[in-house]
Each structure stands twice: as C-alpha cells, then as structure tokens.
Design a protein around this ligand. Structure first.
Ligand code: FA5
Length: 340
C-alpha cells in the first residue's frame, strides 16, 4: 500500500475537525486522523524505511502536521464546549422574576360558615358557647329530656346504639340532637345561663333534605321570669339577622317532650318571598307553594327537665330552641339538595 501524501492527510484532518458538529463527532475525527492507526500514523510508521536525511525531513513535517492538527482540535473542542454550555444554560434558565405557582386556595365549608354566623349572632346577645359529646348516653339524649324508653318521639329519632365498654348494649347512642347539651350545661352551671351549642348529630334518615349525619345549633336561656315573649323576641331578632331585616316570621303550636308550650317557627320563604309562586304561575317548589318555611323548633323548657337537673321550677324559667344548620345554609346559598 502506498504511503499517503502528508499534505492530503493534513488537509483531510483539518476538514474533519472543522466539520465536527459536536463533541462526539470531534472525538471520532480525532480517532480517525490522529490515532496510531490513522493515515498520519501510517506516514509516521513509514519513516523507518527512509534514509537518514529523508527521515529527518519527513519526521519534522510529520511533527508539524501533528502539532497543527492538535492545535485545531483543541480550538474546535473549546468552541464546541462553549456552544454546549451555552445551550445548557439556555435550556436550564430559571427566571427568578416569574411569579410562583400559587396553590389553589381552600374555602370555608358553607355549613361551618353558617354555624359561625349563627353562633356570632348569639354571642352578640350575651350567650356562651358550650359543646357536648357526639356519643351520648340514652339518659342525656332521651330520658332527661322527658323522652322515656317507650315514648313515641323516639321513633322519629332512630340512631345507632353503641355497645359500652363493659359490653352492655343500649346505653350509648350517637346523639340525635344537640338538646342533651342543655342538660349537661344546666347540671354544670347554675342559672342564669345563656348557652349556644353547635354540633354534629345523627339519625337514621336519608333523602334530598335529610342526611344520616347533620349539624344542629341548640340554644337556651334560663333565668328568673323568662317568658314566651323573650323566646319570640330573641328568635325573631336572630332570624332577621341571619336572613333579612324585614323577614316575616310566624310561630305555630307544636310538641316536643322537653318543652311546654312548644312551637315550630316558620320564616317567609326566601325563594319566592312568601308569594308561594314560582315563574309562569307554577307553585314555589321550595316552600311547596305555602309561602312559609319551617326553620326552628322551640319552646319553654318543661318544669320536668328543670327537676332532672336540680333547678327549682318555681324560681327558674327559660326557653330553648334547636335548628338544622344544613337547612339554613341551603336557603342562604340556594342549594337544593342537602347531599351536595
Ligand atoms: C329537634 O331536634 C329538637 N331537639 C329541637 C328543639 C330544641 C326543640 C330545643 C325545642 C327546644 P327536630 O327533630 O325537628 O327537632 O330537628 C330540628 C331540625 O334539624 C329540623 O328542623 C331540620 O332542620 C334538622 N334536621 C332534622 N333531621 C335532619 C336530617 N336527617 N338531616 C338534616 N337536617 C335534619
């Protein structure tokens, strides 16, 4: 095989180095044009067969060629490395002036918000907040509220009965209303006592307006000389504050075992403004065309309840009320199915 021409070898090497588009290509060019098995290596190996003068001349030219190619290689490598670093900087550039990613902000649940609004109004009237347990004894949930074990009112408040620690069944229940807090608060504190008691309650119920777990707010006022007039005044004020200043309110006779007399309190329907009519002459669906919505149960605390907690019914009188928070939240926020 003829020895390659040195000028051609250098020219090919310079072209390959100049044409290398990236560092990998440059490494390949180095292998091809500067390694022992490259054409340049071959020229170098051919030196052995030359006479001394020719060997010295060609040897010098080979060294020069190698130096030239190595210098060009280093220059091209520096260029390609700079390009690579620049591309990397571009790709990984961080704009520290960009606004951060803001996590979506949560919101207070309508039931919590409504509970807070209800409680705030009563705190403004001098009431204090008291809470009671959700797992309650049959005595507090029913018997002390004048609901004996065979009382028919129990059938409207079916719930989960829980086995107590000693294995006895039927003594603990998931409370069906917040009314047992009346008993606990009165046992703990003497009169006068103005209490508001929010909390979760449970019943065997489930439809568009009833859930198995829901929230009530209980309230009561015991003092000397409390009359039904106080009940009407406080609850009318409360309903007008929570809904609308000029809201119409009506009191209907009702029955609860732990109040006497008892009342259901209705408000003018906040959807049809009490007209009972919806669009196109149809009846309002929310108040079933009556113009009124039932919103609260209330009454004068039964003397029997005062006896259970050790108050003297001759000295002390009071009223109590209870309301469903979901019901009020649905009306305030226009939600038509409690399960939403
Ligand atoms: C009572 O629970 C009485 N403890 C209220 C009371 C307190 C009367 C103090 C007198 C003195 P009632 O069972 O009507 O009453 O329930 C009160 C409210 O709870 C209802 O008006 C309704 O808004 C709400 N409610 C009842 N059951 C459910 C349910 N399953 N899901 C959602 N809300 C309910």
């Amino acid at each position: 095989m003829p020895t390659p021409d040195l000028d051609a070898v250098v020219a090919a090497g310079r072209r390959a180095i100049a044409d290398a588009a990236d560092l990998d290509a440059l490494r390949e060019a180095e292998q091809a044009h500067l390694a022992r098995r490259s054409p340049l290596g071959e020229v170098q190996r051919s030196l052995g067969g030359l006479d001394e003068q020719a060997r010295r001349d060609l040897g010098r030219r080979v060294n020069q060629a190698r130096t030239t190619l190595q210098a060009e290689l280093a220059a091209r490598r520096a260029e390609l490395e700079a390009e690579r670093d620049q591309a990397l900087l571009e790709a990984e550039r961080v704009d520290v002036t960009l606004p951060g990613r803001v996590p979506p902000r949560g919101a207070v649940h309508p039931v919590t918000r409504t509970t807070d609004e209800i409680v705030d109004i009563f705190i403004g009237l001098g009431y204090r907040v008291v809470e009671g347990p959700e797992v309650e004894t049959d005595w507090y949930n029913f018997q002390a509220l004048n609901i004996a074990p065979d009382h028919p009112a129990r059938s409207m408040q079916d719930t989960l009965y829980i086995e107590s620690g000693d294995g006895r069944a039927g003594e603990l229940v998931l409370r069906t209303h917040t009314s047992p807090v009346q008993i606990r608060a009165m046992q703990e504190h003497g009169a006068p006592l103005y209490v508001i008691a929010p909390g979760r309650v449970y019943r065997s119920d489930s439809d568009a307006t009833h859930t198995p777990m829901f929230h009530q707010v209980e309230g009561f006022m015991v003092d000397s000389d409390i009359s039904f007039g106080h009940l009407k005044g406080v609850l009318t004020h409360f309903l007008q504050r929570i809904f609308r200043n000029d809201l119409a309110v009506r009191f209907r006779p009702s029955f609860f075992p732990f109040t006497e007399p008892s009342a259901e309190i209705d408000i003018q329907c906040v959807i049809c403004n009490g007209s009972g009519k919806a669009a196109e002459g149809r009846g309002c669906r929310v108040c079933k065309a009556s113009g009124w919505l039932e919103i609260l149960g209330a009454g004068m605390i039964d003397p029997q309840v005062f006896k259970f907690v050790g108050y003297d019914p001759e000295q002390i009188s009071g009223f109590a009320f209870g309301m469903g928070v979901e019901r009020i939240a649905m009306l305030k926020y226009g939600i038509d199915d409690i399960r939403l």
